[in-house]
Ligand binder design. Structure first.
Ligand SMILES: Cc1ncc(C[n+]2csc(CCOP(=O)(O)OP(=O)(O)O)c2C)c(N)n1
Ligand SMILES: [Mg+2]
Length: 350
């Protein structure tokens, strides 16, 4: 299956400049694209805020990792996908599910452990899937999704379609050995996988500079000849533009591609993180200067392509969807005790 043909030159990355700062020159969005991005990012933001509240009220138990701050990454990437493409990620996964158009009610009900949840209330925050929507989890073991996402790309190649696999992982996960075994096979077999490193600067309480010998994650495929580029992951337009380059590369049979998304999480690693490893000022600076949702909102208002009132309507619609999800997730019954033994290995053997 190894491909011997000469590899074409990688597309010229807009920001392949040595500096990992983003160039302000990104392709503009149309009014409709801006509105779609605004709505989709806001849905994730409000959903996560609600999940945080419900966790505080004791309605959600176990682990819960919020995606607040990183919304532009999944929303921009989702804009370049087509039916049949696959998405897989780690445990910071609610945003990916909503971007894949999974039902917010089913996601929230899984968080509260109710029978209407995507895993019938038995999986929780880190274990939800929807093959129908192309979402393959939801994985609690750091970097475990990387070989799985590579396998999803193998399946596309094997079936002879031109679908791709978006395989998301964090800066901390990028130091795992299985990532490099995956890189090797993906390049050897020219698998259509986009490796998306969500570099939010921390792995739990450890800053990238303390855990990683090299912090230019987009270069991590160099020894396998996999092209990569850094992307301003706070600007949804930059994400979409880079996503298009990467996805086209993979769809055309050229193999894997790495996108390093420079992003930031506003909340702690999980709900139990006191966040002593960074200052409030650091968080506040990113929020006030780079917030992905505010960027879109400001552009829309400055260009006068929408009014404050129109945006308020979108805000209200999003709030309604989230409130409805929360209500469902609060009132839906817990799984029947008989379900304890279903969907487990013992039953599969029977
Ligand atoms: C194999 C393994 N080792 C350690 C952990 C504990 N752990 C959970 S999240 C995490 C940090 C990962 O950080 P990163 O990849 O940067 O993702 P982020 O949380 O920033 O999204 C660690 C060490 C784990 N779940 N699995
Ligand atoms: Mg991280």
């Amino acid at each position: 299956m190894a491909v011997a043909k000469k590899k074409p030159a990688a597309p010229a990355a807009r920001s392949a400049a040595a500096e990992k700062t983003a160039s302000p020159k990104v392709p503009e969005f149309t009014r409709e694209q801006e509105l779609q991005a605004y709505r989709d990012m806001l849905l994730i933001r409000r959903f996560e805020e609600k999940a945080g509240q419900m966790y505080g009220m004791g309605l959600i138990g176990g682990f819960c990792h919020l995606y607040i701050g990183q919304e532009a990454v999944v929303v921009g990437m989702q804009m370049v996908l087509k039916p049949g493409d696959a998405v897989i990620t780690g445990y910071r996964d609610h945003g990916h599910m909503l971007a894949c158009a999974m039902d917010p009610k089913g996601v929230m009900a899984e968080l509260t452990g109710r029978r209407g949840g995507y895993s019938k209330g038995k999986g929780g925050s880190m274990h939800m899937f929807s093959i129908e929507k192309g979402f393959y989890g939801g994985h609690g073991i750091v970097a475990a999704q990387v070989p799985l996402g590579t396998g999803l790309a193998f399946a596309h190649r094997y079936r002879g379609n031109d679908n791709v696999s978006l395989t998301y992982f964090g800066d901390g996960a990028a130091n795992q050995g299985q990532v490099y075994e995956s890189f090797n096979m993906a390049e050897l077999w020219k698998l259509p996988v986009i490796y998306i490193v969500e570099n939010n600067r921390y792995a739990m309480g450890t800053a990238v500079t303390r855990s990683s010998a090299t912090t230019d994650f987009y270069k991590r495929g160099a020894s396998f000849d996999i092209p990569g580029e850094p992307v301003d992951g706070m600007d949804v337009r930059a994400v979409k533009a880079a996503g298009e380059r990467a996805v086209t590369w993979a769809r055309e049979g050229n193999g894997p591609y790495i996108l390093e998304m420079l992003t930031y999480r506003y909340r702690g690693h999980s709900m139990s993180d006191p966040a002593k490893y960074r200052t409030r000022e650091e968080v506040q600076k990113v929020r006030s200067e780079q917030d992905p949702i505010e960027q879109v909102r400001n552009r829309l208002l400055q260009k006068k392509s929408v009014s404050e009132d129109e945006l308020k309507k979108v805000d209200a619609q999003v709030r309604d969807i989230v409130n409805e999800a929360a209500e469902f997730a609060t009132n839906d019954p817990e799984p029947d005790p008989a379900e304890l033994w279903t969907d487990v290995y013992a039953e599969a053997r029977a």
